[in-house]
Design a protein around this ligand. Structure first.
Ligand SMILES: [Zn+2]
Ligand SMILES: [Zn+2]
Length: 259
C-alpha cells in the first residue's frame, strides 16, 4: 500500500498548499482519505479521480471535507460523460446531521456508508472499531475526542497497516488502534505552548510523539500542521516525544506502508 500526501495543513492551507488530504493505493484500488480545502486539485496530480474506489472522511469539519463538493461535481460529470459507471463509495460520520445532509443528498455521485452503521469488532484493549472493506483494503474506525463526532482509521492490506489519527486529543482507543502500526500518520496541531489550547480536541507535536511511542508504531509522520509554525520546531518536539526520529508530511511525498 502506498500513501501520498495531498495536503497537510489546518485550519487553512499554507501558500500553494492544501488542508487534509491523503491518497491510499493498493494495486488498482485508490482511496481518497479526507477531502480538505484544496486537496481535490492535488489528488488529480496523482490519480484519475474517475477511477477512485472510495472516499473516507473522518469528520465534518471543513478542513477535512470541503472538497467533497468538488468531488461530487467531478464524479457526477464523469458518470454523465460515461467515463465512470457508478457512484463513489463515501464513508462518512452521520453527525452532525445538518452537515451530513449536505453530502448525503449528492446521490448522483456518492453511495453513502455511515461509519456508525458499519459492523463492530473488538480490536484488543477493550476497544471496539467499526469495520469496512474496500477492495483488498480493510478499514477500522475508532471514535475520537473532538468537538464533533470524529474517527481515527486503520487501513490494512496484505503487506502492512497504517493508522491515521484524524483530529483528536489523546485517547485510549487511538492508542489501541495504532498499536504496532507500520506507519502512524498523526495530527500535530500545536507546539508545547499550545497544550491548553489543544486539549479540547487536538494533539501537540510532542503529544503525537508520546502517543506513537506508547503505541509502539514503526514510523511516525506528523500532519495537520498550523501554517504559521516552523517545521523544524514541530519535528524536534514530535521526535522528543517519540524518542525517535519523526517525519513531517510533505505535499506530494509518497510512503510505502509495509512490515
Ligand atoms: Zn476537526
Ligand atoms: Zn482539522
Amino acid at each position: 500500500m502506498q500513501l501520498t500526501i495531498l495536503g497537510r495543513n489546518a485550519p487553512y492551507p499554507a501558500p500553494g498548499g492544501a488542508c487534509s488530504g491523503y491518497l491510499i493505493q493498493n494495486g488498482q484500488t485508490s482511496i481518497m482519505l479526507e477531502a480538505g480545502n484544496g486537496s481535490f486539485g492535488k489528488l488529480c496530480k496523482h490519480v484519475d479521480f474517475r477511477r477512485l474506489a472510495a472516499v473516507v472522511i473522518t469528520h465534518l469539519h471543513p478542513d477535512h471535507c470541503m472538497d467533497l463538493h468538488c468531488l461530487r461535481h467531478a464524479i457526477a460529470g464523469a458518470i454523465r460523460d460515461q467515463k465512470r459507471t457508478g457512484p463513489l463509495a463515501l464513508f462518512i460520520p452521520k453527525q452532525p446531521d445538518e452537515k451530513f445532509q449536505q453530502f448525503a443528498k449528492y446521490k448522483d455521485a456518492f453511495i453513502i456508508n455511515a461509519i456508525e452503521d458499519m459492523p463492530q469488532v473488538n480490536i484488543g484493549g477493550g476497544t471496539q472499531a467499526h469495520r469496512a472493506r474496500v477492495g483488498r483494503l480493510q478499514l477500522e474506525f475508532t471514535p475520537n475526542n473532538h468537538p464533533l463526532p470524529a474517527y481515527a482509521v486503520s487501513i490494512e492490506d496484505e503487506k502492512g497497516r497504517m493508522v491515521f489519527s484524524g483530529d483528536t486529543a489523546r485517547t485510549k482507543q487511538l492508542e489501541d488502534l495504532a498499536r504496532g502500526a507500520n506507519l502512524f500518520l498523526c495530527e500535530a496541531s500545536g507546539l508545547d505552548k499550545d497544550v491548553d489550547f489543544v486539549k479540547k480536541g487536538h494533539l501537540t507535536a510532542r503529544q503525537a510523539g508520546e502517543l506513537a511511542k506508547a503505541a509502539g508504531v514503526k514510523k511516525l509522520v506528523i500532519t495537520h500542521l498550523y501554517p504559521e509554525y516552523s517545521i523544524n520546531d514541530l519535528t524536534i518536539q514530535a521526535s522528543e516525544g517519540f524518542q525517535n526520529a519523526a517525519a513531517v508530511a510533505k505535499e506530494d511525498a509518497k510512503y510505502n506502508v509495509s512490515k
